[in-house]
Design a protein around this ligand. Structure first.
Ligand SMILES: C[S@@+](CC[C@H](N)C(=O)[O-])C[C@H]1O[C@@H](n2cnc3c(N)ncnc32)[C@H](O)[C@@H]1O
Length: 371
């Protein structure tokens, strides 16, 4: 059955509407036809591009950052975990630069958490070279089978595709935004339903609204599935010990506007159309993530902008070093790609970084907000 029809049926059996969360869940994660189950979405020929795909320096400098953390806090066999590795480009670059650090490299148990069968094939192909170097690699759909070793977890543009719900307040009443189907014009459209004051969720929305000091009709986005994911990773990090780096596009706190966007072949499109065939994402509310992780008793640092984070860990110095050995054309290419991921008006600012650790990290303790 086509996804569009499947959602129409869900709407019929649910009093004529579907929540935004369930619409996104089915569009993105339906077992058979969901976007993230099948599509080769990333790259020039796909729908969007990520920092990992733009500049090799991204994976390399973060790879060096992991080595630094490992040398200070792990120094033993450990789990290196990437959530949603896409084409495997980030981890390939991070591993490549690690080859010179034998003790570190031989301590890695690589766990790739991925739900997309097509992408797993690409990841296996891209990482094949490391098999020959006896790297232990496993692919899993979730974190259920992670062993008890210490870990370093990395997630770039992972949480932005999780389903979210939207709510707003109007004249002291709260509403959830929902989606209905217009049979005559054959299209989905937005509507809203009043929130029941007895719901547990009601208090949460109310308190977020007042803590963010939002005006009537401002949109609050709730990231349930991401929250559950954070809870399970946090449990593992607290038990085993380790580091968790989240990079994603998002705001310091709620913007009050809908941040959902859909892209197809690098162009913005209406997210209610072409169900399952185009990417749907949203901007993370980093304050919400920060507070959630803090409440789970972890040490949380940031959010830093991608530009400030990458610069602070030495991406320009690494670029200079690499540029010493290449021709002028290549040098310009490297600089152009680096500029793109550090751009103050785009990726460098829009993307934010949170560092989460089971133990206090002295350098961040001194300056929790680096800049
Ligand atoms: C936007 S892409 C980011 C790719 C990659 N991190 C990069 O930097 O290029 C999202 C990735 O997460 C995967 N993914 C999405 N939801 C997932 C989930 N719930 N569990 C595991 N993987 C997921 C997708 O298949 C894809 O590989």
């Amino acid at each position: 059955m086509k996804l569009n029809k499947k959602i129409q049926n869900e709407i019929k059996s649910n009093n004529g509407f579907i929540t935004i969360k369930n619409f996104i869940r089915t569009s993105m994660y339906d077992e058979k036809k969901g976007y993230y189950k099948n599509k080769r979405a990333i790259g020039k020929k796909g729908d969007f591009i990520t920092s990992s795909e733009i500049s090799q320096l991204f994976g390399e400098i973060i790879g060096l950052y992991f080595i630094d953390y490992w040398s200070n806090y792990i120094k033993d066999e450990f789990n290196l975990i990437e959530l949603g590795p896409g084409n495997g480009t980030f981890i390939r670059d991070a591993l490549n630069i690690s080859l010179n650090f034998e003790n570190y490299f031989s301590s890695i148990n690589l766990n790739l958490i991925e739900v997309n069968k097509e992408l797993i094939k690409i990841q296996k192909k891209n990482l094949n070279i490391f098999k020959k170097k006896s790297l232990k690699m496993t692919w899993q759909q979730n974190l259920k089978k992670i062993n008890k070793k210490k870990l370093i977890v990395f997630a770039n543009e992972f949480f932005d595709c999780f389903p979210i719900s939207q709510f707003y307040k109007f004249k002291n009443e709260y509403f959830e935004k929902i989606i209905k189907y217009d049979e005559k014009n054959k299209k989905f459209y937005f509507d809203d339903i009043k929130l029941n004051k007895n719901l547990k969720l009601f208090n949460k929305i109310e308190s977020l609204y007042s803590s963010y000091n939002l005006k009537d009709k401002s949109i609050i986005e709730i990231e349930y599935d991401a929250e559950k994911y954070l809870e399970s990773i946090s449990e593992i990090i607290k038990k085993n010990g380790g580091l968790f780096v989240i990079i994603d596009y998002g705001n310091y706190s709620s913007s009050g506007f809908s941040t959902i966007q859909s892209v197809s072949k690098h162009k913005k499109v209406d997210f209610l159309n072409n169900v399952g065939k185009q990417d749907i994402s949203h901007m993370l509310d980093f304050n919400y993530f920060y507070m959630k992780l803090k409440s789970l008793n972890l040490n949380v640092y940031g959010p830093f902008t991608q530009r400030n984070f990458l610069t602070s860990i030495g991406i320009n110095e690494l670029k200079n070093k690499i540029c010493k050995n290449v021709n002028t054309k290549k040098k310009l290419e490297i600089q152009k790609d680096l500029d793109r991921i550090l751009d103050e008006n785009k990726m460098g600012e829009l993307f934010k970084v949170l560092i989460i650790s089971s133990q206090k990290l002295e350098n961040y303790e001194k300056v929790n907000e680096l800049y």
